[in-house]
Write a protein that binds this ligand. Structure first.
Ligand code: PLP
Length: 430
């Protein structure tokens, strides 16, 4: 068994993590650590959390054998953990419920959050409506323009969306603004962070709220594998996309002791890992402090955070949580890159072979699983965390694929804007 007991009492995952915060926030963070330490093992809190997951989110989410996809590839069996079926369409709600429940118990009626693509903002606005909490979401002004359906959703749910006009007007600027708000309003405000980043206790706390994904898989997989007459109890590999790392940590963490199961995180390689247009903090970044913790970040030689690029806004975080970074250092997880065009191709492939429209973020994990499956035998298996559904992405996909896209007899053989790679069509329509 792989021995793994992290973080330490101060929130360190080896050299990563910790808590870098102003004096004002130090007190708020201590208060949060105390509350989490108290409720983490509180049976009433845990029972309410489980009820919310069952009745509001719709858990457990199924694991689905992607039979046609696997057969077509002819290698390992691919299984999908269906986080796309959760209420609000992704894994983010698992975490947001837990933090909002803590906010209620701590007597904080005002919730703030940052959002990039708007998915975390929508999940936060949803739970604030459910619990009657005030909700303020900081969002870069550029992202507000690019993600208008999610802005409407947040407003419908009663949230105030604050467009952030500073810097590049994207996620990192929204993060700074949310931090500033928190400093000014710590007394009545709870900051709901959307991934396994931020100062301690956030990375471990968010992971613990997302662990339910992997825990369910631990009981679902043996039954599924047995039904296919496969000898293994657990998958040979678990694959998840990595933005900040919350869906990956959620499915990886319960699998850490299972050393026969490889853990593979997929970062957005954008236009290529050898270009400067990607979001691969773990593969191309370096150690630094962002968002109150030490981790791998994309920075220039002066330590300024650089802009990220990905077809999927949710993978565009310029850093990554400290725990995914530590798993890389320990050699327990590996990280790979999938480009925009590979992700888009996998998106279409899953739509057509399985009747599932995946989020573009999740399509990165699907794309890597498809590559990996080819090198494996049919009696082996890969479990993919399908972190979200793709409804939010259909406009992006149509834009990338050309105006007459939906009218073509075959939508295969797509060319992605900004990429000179032409995909090989599977069936040529002559
Ligand atoms: C936000 C998001 C991600 C990326 O965030 P992680 O913290 O890395 O999980 C991935 N997939 C979907 C569907 C998302 O909404």
């Amino acid at each position: 068994m792989f021995d793994y007991q992290y973080p330490d009492a101060a929130g360190h995952f080896g050299p990563y993590g910790g808590s870098f915060a102003s004096e004002t926030l130090t007190f708020a963070l201590q208060e949060l650590r105390a509350a989490w330490a108290r409720y983490q093992h509180d049976t009433q809190f845990q029972a309410e959390y489980q009820r919310e997951l069952a009745h509001f989110v719709g858990r457990p989410s199924p694991v689905y054998h992607a039979q046609r996809l696997s057969a077509e590839i002819g290698g390992a069996q691919i299984f999908l953990k269906r986080e796309d079926l959760n209420h609000t369409g992704a894994h983010k709600i698992n975490n947001v419920i837990g933090q909002a429940m803590l906010a209620k118990r701590m007597g904080k009626p005002r919730i703030i959050a940052e959002t990039g693509a708007g998915q975390h903002g929508v999940a936060t606005a949803t739970i604030c409506a459910r619990y009657g909490l005030e909700c303020i979401v900081y969002m870069g002004a550029e992202d507000v323009k690019r993600q208008s359906p999610n802005v409407f959703r947040m407003k419908l749910l009663g949230a105030t969306v604050v467009p952030v006009e500073s810097g590049s007007k994207t996620l990192k600027d929204a993060l700074n603004e949310a931090m500033r708000d928190w400093v000014a309003n710590v007394d009545n405000t709870f900051y709901i962070i959307g991934t396994v980043a931020g100062p301690a206790p956030y990375p471990a706390m968010v992971r613990d709220f997302q662990r339910v994904i992997g825990e369910e898989c631990l009981t679902q997989m043996p039954e599924l594998l047995a039904s296919l007459n496969l000898a293994a109890q657990q998958p040979d590999a678990v694959v998840a996309c990595v933005g900040g790392g919350s869906n990956a940590m959620g499915i990886f963490h319960p699998y850490i002791p299972f050393e026969a199961t490889r853990l593979i995180g997929v970062e957005a390689a954008g236009e290529g890992l050898d270009t400067d247009k990607h979001a691969a903090s773990l593969q191309k970044g370096s150690s630094g402090v962002l968002h109150g913790n030490r981790t791998f970040i994309l920075q220039d030689k002066d330590g300024q955070i650089t802009e990220t690029h990905s077809i999927s806004a949710g993978l565009g975080y310029p850093g990554v949580g400290p725990e995914p970074a530590w798993l890389q250092a320990l050699g327990r997880a590996q990280y790979v890159g999938i480009t925009d065009s590979e992700a888009l191709q996998a998106f279409h492939h899953l739509c057509r072979t399985e009747g599932i429209i995946p989020a573009l973020e999740s399509s990165h994990a699907v794309a890597y699983a498809m590559k990996l499956a080819k090198e494996m035998r049919p009696e082996q298996s890969i479990l993919v965390n399908l972190s979200g559904r793709g409804d939010k992405d259909i406009g992006t996909v149509a834009d990338l694929s050309g105006e007459d896209f939906y009218d073509r007899p075959s939508m295969r053989g797509l060319k992605v804007k900004g990429s000179d790679k032409q995909h090989e069509p599977h069936h040529r329509n002559v």
